[in-house]
Design a binder for this molecule. Structure first.
Ligand code: ADE
Length: 227
């Protein structure tokens, strides 16, 4: 069985979107992974196919209804048993490369995409749904976040990236940002490639890269050094 993604959304036409081209697209065509976009509205039971309602306690926006979400989750779980169910929401813990690796190693994922003000909170405990955020900013919906999560998983699947997918030298795999890269020309608009990289001394290159990874992490992402 190949790795399977199910995405529950009000906008199934947003999938596979960018994941239908390039690396992920070729892997999908090759059968290495599959994606099914599921229309949340199909799980509404009233004449108007209502999926949302006004927030309890008042306030702006609308909230996705827990009964509709639960029916969608139950159907998705029946189709893909054993796959974790995640909801994309800025109220969740941040997605990490560690969690991405775990997800990519499993059978697949079911993703719930929020719109409006978000999900009725009871879906999380009531159906064992895991909230996850892709960053400290607010998107107009969970769909683009789902695409990000899937991209991060699919590139790690066996055979998708070839040799490069061992990924051990990538940013975050070591807890640091990756070292910087350069290629020809040797001098561009007066900026030269660091001399050590053209020295041919592999030991020195290795040491320089380690030092730069640490320095750049301290400069741009000091939080990675203290967490
Ligand atoms: N939906 C809206 N904003 C989001 C975010 N930052 N991460 C995941 N889902 C979201």
């Amino acid at each position: 069985m190949s790795w399977q993604a199910q995405v529950v959304t009000l906008y199934p036409e947003m999938f596979p979107g960018p994941l239908g081209v390039s690396l992920a697209g070729r892997a999908m065509e090759g059968g290495r992974w599959g994606l099914e976009a599921i229309q949340l509205r199909d799980f509404a039971e009233d004449r108007h196919r209502t999926v949302d309602d006004t927030p309890a306690g008042g306030g702006p926006g609308m909230v996705l209804k827990v009964d509709v979400l639960a029916r969608a989750v139950d159907a998705a779980r029946a189709r893909l048993p054993g796959a974790p169910v995640l909801a994309l929401t800025p109220r969740g813990p941040l997605l990490t490369q560690k969690r991405v690796r775990e997800l990519a190693a499993g059978p697949g994922v079911t993703l719930l995409c929020g719109r409006f003000e978000g999900f009725d909170e009871r879906i999380f405990e009531g159906r064992g749904v895991e909230p996850v955020s892709i960053g400290d900013y607010i998107l107009s919906g969970g769909e683009t976040a789902a695409l990000v999560l899937l991209d991060a998983c699919v590139r790690l699947l066996d055979g998708v990236m070839g040799a490069a997918s061992s990924g051990v030298e990538e940013s975050f795999e070591s807890g640091l940002l990756e070292y910087p890269h350069y290629t020809r020309p040797a001098v561009w608009e007066g900026h030269a490639i660091p001399e050590v990289l053209t020295s041919g001394d592999h030991g020195k290159v290795e040491a320089w890269r380690k030092r730069k990874a640490f320095e750049d992490t301290r400069l741009w992402r000091p939080d990675l050094l203290t967490d």
